[in-house]
Design a protein around this ligand. Sequence first.
Ligand SMILES: NC(=O)c1ccc[n+]([C@@H]2O[C@H](COP(=O)([O-])OP(=O)(O)OC[C@H]3O[C@@H](n4cnc5c(N)ncnc54)[C@H](OP(=O)(O)O)[C@@H]3O)[C@@H](O)[C@H]2O)c1
Length: 438
Amino acid sequence: VAADRISSGPLLTEVVRVALPTPDGTFEVRAFESPTGHVYLALLHGDVAGREEVLTRLHSECLTGDALGSLRCDCGVQLRLALRRIAAEERGVLIYATGQEGRGIGLVNKLRAYVEQDAGHDTIDANLRLGLPVDGRNYDAAAAVLIRLGVGSVRLLTNNPDKVRRLRDAGIDVAVVEPLATAPHVRNTEYLRTKEERLGHVRPARFDTSALLGEVRPHTDRPYVVLKFAQTLDGRIATATGDAKWISGEAERRVSHGLRAACDGVLVGVGTVLQDDPLLTVRLVPGASPQRVVLDSTLRIPPAAQVLGPEAATAVVTTPRSAPARRGELKERGVQVHVVPATPAGVDLPATLSTLRGGGAETLLVEGGAKVITSMLAAGLVDRLVVGLASTIIGQGTEAVGSLGITSVADGIRLVGRSVHLVDDDVLLAWDVAPARR
Ligand SMILES: NC(=O)c1ccc[n+]([C@@H]2O[C@H](COP(=O)([O-])OP(=O)(O)OC[C@H]3O[C@@H](n4cnc5c(N)ncnc54)[C@H](OP(=O)(O)O)[C@@H]3O)[C@@H](O)[C@H]2O)c1
């Protein structure tokens, strides 16, 4: 029987019910108004009344993360993942709590707290410095919604132990707690670490790529550059016919997607687009897709290339040698086009990286083929090297690195601070690239 009140809990009024089709499935939305004027949306899939262990997410509104895709937090990724999990299970509920911005401090105060964070304070101290609570949320109304929906007990998707305690205190039978692991971005790693260390949250360990990324130090004139490729045990990144799908196993590729999710940009040359037609999005882990960057001095990129699709932002870096009409066509599709000086290898790399840095990119993952790998290493523009060593041998094929003009081993690019990761039968190796010796 639906209860209007739970113990001393708030009175809720159900104000509307309607179907809401989303890319994650069609949900029945039931809107409840609390006496404070805040609206709680219950996004329902399947029948939950009288059911036990209903997959449930209680999601606090985060305009910047949910709607704008801000990388300061992982709220948007958690929201999408929770909706997807519920749709896949064909039964469950996500309660979207408005008025709970910034753990209950409101949108403007949350933005003010970001200013404090930019001055070096963590997410907790930032609130305290502003005289605001660390967590001002109240879960009573959300609990009342669950009771009104007739949910018997819940399997709660959360990393937050306090949410579990407080829902239990409000009379909800939390039968199971399931962590909602996301692939963190470099920009929210500290925020997640603070929540883990100071608020006891569960860490998204499965997708944590920070050991591979090393210590991220963006430069003033270019992003922190991570060069990543997968090669066979005999040192090939593709067969003699150009096939590279897939050199490494699925587990290694999942880590690669985690690396993409951690970075602001993922860069390839047009050769890789023409040969592989990659999407370059984050699909194998729950994370945000970075901006995709294609180096293409004459705009050979086919209009139908997947990398130009709407799944993520894309920038094409070209030279004065490309046709202005082609640049215009790309811009009309929402693709950024940067024109930089031409060099014999293609686009001028320092100018390219400086342009990307000017656009806000702090971390760049380079996933290009042999030509881009070679150019980046030759120009001394790589901070970190990550190599997936795949458990296969293919004989003749494309070598990862072409000529660097090095004639003496002593002049080789030195790699330091080795880090090793085992992923199924593959091995991931990462090093810092040591500064060139003079
Ligand atoms: N195993 C792996 O990890 C992996 C990863 C990626 C690719 N691949 C394989 O690598 C092969 C593609 O190799 P690729 O060497 O053609 O691809 P790429 O290095 O990604 O692209 C090379 C092209 O990028 C353009 N470019 C623009 N500026 C450049 C610059 N400064 N330096 C270098 N290139 C620049 C050039 O074309 P323009 O002169 O027209 O601008 C150049 O031909 C494919 O077989 C693919 O499957 C393997």
